[in-house]
Design a protein around this ligand. Structure first.
Ligand code: BMP
Length: 255
């Protein structure tokens, strides 16, 4: 089953568009492992997938560490995304993607700044070989995103000026990406990217809550999935918080 279909089925089954960013604060590795599983168990009914970042890969390692969390998520029926933001030369990128896919991840996140040839092409190739997903960063959620994703560049094909992120959205389509990350903190950018991608490449939107993004604005602008970390994992009651975020998102979709 392709990554996009897995996400679609999971979102339908859970009636949730919330992807948990399992970014636990620093702790002893043994604690991080058990706390990750506990967190997943608590919020599982309200999320459609889990996203893992360096918060867990650095202290736990991949095989025998984070791999156990991925297996746990899969046992609960949840797809797992590795937020490694691949951003190197092709042969290194291929190795990164291959390790994460071998550890069980259903998709990796990659940066389009490195380009296609000798950049992300090998990542898309290994994804195809292993039937996994690639999600591209198109416009990040933080303030400084403007300096890279927001800069005006010359479109090499038309030689006309264009915002960088618009070219990245076009690349997401032509490269066959399975998702595009656009920050919930920039609903107008989500709208612009959605105009290009439509429903062909779903928009994954981080930045809800802790970074100031608003659920309704992101969804109305065209985001398909909301990536939520601290608002849930640092909440006094993560399950209740995840439940109410899901309800808010469902309310917007059904309106
Ligand atoms: P939080 O909800 O705590 O702000 O976490 C958001 C998560 O999404 C973090 O793991 C962060 O690294 C990631 N992320 C982001 O915030 N903005 C982006 O543009 C891309 C990301 O992957």
């Amino acid at each position: 089953m392709s990554f996009q279909i897995k996400m679609n089925c999971s979102a339908k089954e859970t009636k949730s568009r919330i992807i948990l960013a399992l970014d636990l604060p620093p702790d002893k590795p043994s604690h991080l492992l058990s706390r990750s599983m506990e967190m997943l168990e608590k919020v599982r009914p309200y999320i459609c997938a889990v996203k893992i970042n360096h918060h867990l890969v650095l202290p736990l390692g991949l095989f025998n560490g984070v791999q156990k969390i991925v297996a746990f998520a899969h046992n609960q029926g949840l797809p797992a995304i590795m937020d490694c933001k691949i951003n190197d030369i092709g042969s290194t990128n291929r190795a990164i993607a291959e390790y994460y896919y071998k550890a069980g991840f259903d998709a990796v996140i990659a940066s389009p700044f490195v380009g296609w040839s000798e950049g992300l092409q090998p990542v898309f190739e290994v994804a195809k070989e292993m039937d996994r997903g690639v999600i591209l960063l198109v416009y990040m959620s933080h303030k400084g995103a403007e300096e890279g994703y927001g800069q005006t560049v010359l479109n090499p094909e038309t030689e006309k000026p264009s915002p960088q992120y618009i070219l990245f959205a076009e690349k997401a389509l032509s490269w066959g990406a399975d998702g595009a990350v656009v920050g919930a903190t920039y609903p107008e950018k989500i709208r612009g990217v959605y105009e290009i991608l439509g429903d062909r490449v779903p928009i994954y939107s981080p930045g809800i809550g802790a970074q100031g993004g608003i659920i309704e604005a992101a969804l109305r602008a065209g985001a398909q999935y909301l990536i939520v970390g601290r608002a849930i994992v640092l909440a006094e009651n993560p399950a209740e918080t995840a439940k109410s975020i899901r309800a808010l998102a469902q309310g917007c979709v059904e309106k």
